[in-house]
Write a protein that binds this ligand. Structure first.
Ligand code: ATP
Length: 236
């Protein structure tokens, strides 16, 4: 079976600075895959390369089609949604307005039904549907960012460090919601995380990035129990 997403010899960076030095990785339909690594290893840059936010080279095939060099709007239409670090919700808009903005590329009439569905999946959002996004807690904002990305009905959700700035219990809740979305909707997830422990609990597989290269990869339970990987790359 071919992979949902496959990257080969992926390179990319910022101007003259090459950050990604040739990555090979894949994500299968239905999986949760985590990219781990220290600060500056290139995790965020990898997601930006996949979603067309920075110039990238190499091969990236999504659902049988090459997406390398495509513009971000085109990549969203192919079915890849990106929740950036810092979440990207609009602070002055309410929860519900943010969700409607997330549906902007859709032309169908089922937007309202989807919103109700996310309210079921994220009950905290339902309670706060008329509240300005900027006045919600970090965890609630992260859940809103995920729900908003789901509004374009992606097949693949790219998520950049959802735990950023969140207390451990809140991070756990966000990850549990994410696992729920993966199970219930079948949405495939590629998540970048520094919090290796929690991410490996919900992930099927993982890749460890080091200085723009893949230093280790494997099943999540194998990575979590591999002492040399843990000590060298995960810092616990
Ligand atoms: P972190 O967890 O700290 O975000 P990361 O693994 O996601 O780490 P990246 O954000 O991908 O790392 O950064 C990789 C390298 O690219 C770093 O050396 C960083 O300084 C550099 N970099 C990131 N963004 C830019 C930018 N806009 N312009 C120039 N260099 C950048």
């Amino acid at each position: 079976m071919s992979h949902l997403l496959e990257a080969r010899a992926l390179t990319g960076g910022y101007g003259p600075v090459q950050v990604l030095r040739g990555l090979d990785f894949h994500v299968d339909a239905g999986e949760v895959v985590v990219i781990l690594g220290a600060n500056g290893a290139g995790k965020t840059t990898t997601l930006r390369a996949l979603s067309g936010m920075i110039p990238a080279r190499g091969e990236v095939v999504f659902d049988g089609r090459s997406i390398i060099g495509r513009r971000p709007e085109a990549i969203v239409r192919f079915g890849i949604a990106h929740v950036p670090q810092g979440r990207g919700t609009i602070a002055d808009l309410t929860v519900e307005e943010n969700l409607r903005v997330g549906a902007i590329i859709r032309r169908d009439r089922e937007v309202g039904a989807d919103i109700d569905r996310w309210y079921e999946m994220f009950p905290r959002l339902a309670e706060r549907r008329d509240q300005a996004a900027g006045s919600m807690s970090g965890g609630e904002q992260q859940m809103l960012a995920i729900a908003r990305a789901l509004m374009c009905r992606p097949r693949l959700l790219l998520l950049d460090e959802p735990s950023l700035g969140l207390a451990p219990l809140v991070t756990r809740e966000v990850f549990e919601r994410l696992a729920h979305v993966n199970r219930e909707l079948g949405t495939t997830v590629l998540v970048v995380e520094q919090n290796a422990n929690l991410a490996l609990e919900i992930a099927d597989r993982g890749y460890v990035l080091e200085a723009g290269l893949i230093a280790a990869s494997g099943r999540a339970d194998e990575l979590a129990s591999d002492e040399s990987v843990r000590k060298a790359y995960l810092g616990y």
